[in-house]
Design a protein around this ligand. Sequence first.
Ligand SMILES: [Zn+2]
Ligand SMILES: [Zn+2]
Length: 367
Amino acid sequence: MPTSVRAAVAHRGATEFQIETVLLRDPAAEEAMLRIDASAFCYSDWIALRGDTGLPALDPDPYPVVLGHAAVGTVLETGAGSRHRAGRRVIVTATPECGECFWCRSGRIDQCERLFVPAPVIGALEGGREVRAPGSSATYIEHTVMRDIQVFPVDSDLPDAWLAMVGCGIVSGMGAVVNVARVTPGSSVVVVGCGQEGLWMVQAARILGAERIIAVEPLAARRDLAARVGATDVIDPADGDPLDAVRALTAGRGADFGFDAGGSVAAVQQAFAMTRLGGVTTFTSYVARDTVVELPLFDLALRGRDLRSSQSGRLDMARDLARFLPMLESGAVDVEAMLGGLRPLDAIGETLAAARDRTEITPIVVP
Ligand SMILES: [Zn+2]
Ligand SMILES: [Zn+2]
């Protein structure tokens, strides 16, 4: 029996969501039905709403869709053979963890072979049109159905809005620093772009004991937040060449660790240029599927420049929940600095605007 729920539905070519009723299907084998208690709004969903991500999950035309890939919820029902139990509090992530494929078994869960699969149907609109979940995840909705491998039980008393940020912003941003770059104590770090991901990177670099944390960000409010959460220096790229500014702060060399969280080709190139010879640049920007970035081969081949890709911070949820939740619980990270407004599903337009216009770091949808 389908369950009638309300959702923020994205139609092809639309630039706003529509609140509509979705007749949600029952969970299939190895799936669970969840009540979504809170979902972090991700800037990438604004890109997906515009329809220009080119992600395999959005290919071929999957619209109409329900977006959202970082949430906290409660298991309501389970399909046959599901590993989950009704009543459990769970975290939803963007990246699956099947545990069985070559990538999961070789320690690269971030590349699980079930990551990019065609968007599954989760139900239908009144009138019968199928509704899909790109990335196998739909969280801007009251209840959802999801495959087991993207749902992780959590034992925590932390507020819903905090846990909603774990599945994307926290694992991606903190994971890039802790799991991918492995920033060392006393090192210098530069972060290009201080949105959700960049600010979590700044926080993680501070916790790992980086001595100098340089934040490059054009928006004054975000530079202030970067300083609040741990940046020792902030640079406004409008104040002259930011590369010169970073070099001036790092004995002329550039930072030991560079991070790109700017969402553009320019941010990738800047983060690379701002990292010293023999240093490590970690990049996370995603622009479009066929985007090409030019980098100097001399530096890559002869100057010991190490480039690292950080898909969801090379997450491993069991390990990362054990690592990151205590940081949230103890106050080691400033969570309040990251939170935007908490708004009901009906206010999805305001939530979208807060992310799109960069007036909030992490707006939260509370279905
Ligand atoms: Zn995201
Ligand atoms: Zn796998």
